[in-house]
Design a protein around this ligand. Sequence first.
Ligand SMILES: *Cc1c(COP(=O)(O)O)cnc(C)c1O
Length: 370
Amino acid sequence: MTERPEPRPGIMDIAAYVGGESSIPGVDRIIKLSSNEGPFGPSPLASKAHETEAQNLHRYPDGGAVKLRAAIGERYGLDPEKIVCGAGSDELISLLCKAYAGPGDEVLYSEHGFLMYPISAKTVGATPVTAPEVDKTANVDNLLAAVTDKTRILFLANPNNPTGTYLPATEVKRLRDNLRDDVLLVIDAAYAEYVTVDDYSAGIELVDAGENTVMTRTFSKIYALGGVRLGWCYAPANVIDVLNRIRGPFNVGAAAMAAGIAAIQDKDFEDMSRAHNTKWREWTAIELGKLGLDVTPSIGNFLLVCFNADPDRDAAAADAFLKTKGIVVRRMGGYGFPNCLRITIGLEEEMRSVVDALAQFMGKNASGAA
Ligand SMILES: *Cc1c(COP(=O)(O)O)cnc(C)c1O
């Protein structure tokens, strides 16, 4: 006889998502490079819009997110009818799992993919399945080889977090072309706005080409609005219809929408953020490479940095040393990289500090960091 309510099978197998640390005991001012947040804070226009909306907090928000969808459509040249907004793209990931997968189904993603995919899959009773990566990069042939009769959804983070690697548009198209038509391909393009390489696509053309591909986006990264929880997806009409049936009627708050509209219209802030990120990501990668660290080439706003196995010089020791300097980065054990750290691209002085600290840690002077 059971004595208390028990969750459905699989729920207790979920390891809850652990976000980046944001404090160090005993340290007042920290350098937080643990959550891929925008280093400048939000656009001042977004903060102002959020504040203005504070007068109206007694009113329910527009459940249809009409103005926000129009602003997104305007910015990216998309039909607002094919957009659904969510409380972060995490909510959209979880809604897609709820709608398209269940017990006995498989949800496929690549080996070092974003951890919300297995969490959302298990939440609905589905089985997460991974396909091996090659050079810390998703591999189309391996993903296709892992597809079974039970596969219902394939999540591809492009670029991927935490590796920063990506599949060029031709490879994503090859993936879609060779995937069964009834498998939903979800392209998670959380970092798309940072990308400057020519052979990348966030996947809009694949969404437009059929009824089985979705692109998810977020306001948490380049728009620096992680605190308000705002994301969106671009999807064919059949998927939009499904999402609108199962989402909460007021799933996005009014202040979040106001901030999002102002942020997406502040093109200067976005361009400044992208240029800063590209410059300091490349500088940091070069400097850390000079220290003998293994830095994975990244097109996002973070770097995966791997250490050697010597216990005095490994990722755990580096993380502990950085903390003594007030610097918080992300341990990567949960992503299958126990000897790597993920470092978000912060302000110039923050990147100089992290390079200086790691130079000390590696027992060398930072070259060119003066
Ligand atoms: C940060 C991130 C998201 C965004 O999550 P939000 O819920 O929108 O804050 C989605 N996917 C990946 C791969 C990410 O790194």
